[in-house]
Ligand binder design. Sequence first.
Ligand code: MG
Length: 383
Amino acid sequence: MSGLESIDIWRVDLALRQPWRTALGAVTERPAILVRAVLDGAEGWGECAALPEPLYSPEYTAGALDVLVSHLVPRLLAAGVAGAAGVGAALAPVKGHHMAKCGLELAVLDAELRALGVPLAHHLASVCQAPAEAAAQVPAGMAIGVTTSTSDLVEAVGRWVAAGLRRVKLKIHPGWDAEPVAAVRAAFGTGLVVGADANGSYAAHPDPAAALAALDGAGLAFVEQPLADDDVVGHAALAARIATPVCLDESLTSVAATTTALSAGACSVVNVKAPRLGGYLEAVRVHDLCRARGVPVWCGGMLETGVGRAANVALAALPNFTIPGDVSGTGWLFPSDVVDEPITFDGAGNIAVPQRPGVGVTVNPAALAASTWHAGFAAPRRR
Ligand code: MG
């Protein structure tokens, strides 16, 4: 049999070292959805990054499993795609569900590249609009959740700075903004790249511009997603009134949405997250759009396991990822990961880009054996 032969999906419930707190609430468990595709006899792995609750976007674990099983996997297997380049078109009739689509595309892409012996970073660089070369290493960055006090925050940042990290992103919300940001600046100086992520929490604030102008003197690399996902006009008005560059995350769900936001002046920095965009190939297209417009990008994260994390490192190796992203090791998040090759950063704060074929990680059979749910699907027989 040739082409896409089968898809398997596992839910693996990973323990978190500690709850992850943002303006959207606390994530206390991390059910991971792992996808295996077999293409022309080669195996590949992907991850659907949906979180347990639909608070970051409409997707969530149980819903993602349902749309995969009921709609996306049957369509993909029926389409008989020859490789990852055909996945987006095969799944396009299904609206939304970008994280689920991303997991499928990555699994097919990993299988394709493993058979070819090509690392994901090299492949993504090769499909860029303008010729590009993948970096051999990328700077690590860490998103720091909301802590119970400013001193706890400074202590948390200090641990990562001591470990070599050069960039932190602080989660903020109204009432937890200027003071914690100023405390981190006072403790670590201007040598540390600092960003702030509001996850839309200023949407209900009576005067977001006044609240966020209080951050103007902090020299932040960006303030991310201050307002609601669909508020392009509001973000443009806000960007004109504050000194900190506005970055968008939740709002940017496609190349088209990114084009609209940039043309409206709603942001001048872009968070590129493949799961939010429906796949790593769309993420490359957003990278290319921003590169052509001189807009810097950085690579966001979704508390991924080592599978999605390794793919994010490969994406971050593209040339316009000029701001360090939320790309770091998984050890801080999970006591045990699902892959045999954990992503780690060195004492200078750099992560080596995987050079093995495909995503470059091996899913541990013990992790799958501990899964709480599994389903397998074979392609329909063709004549
Ligand atoms: Mg964000």
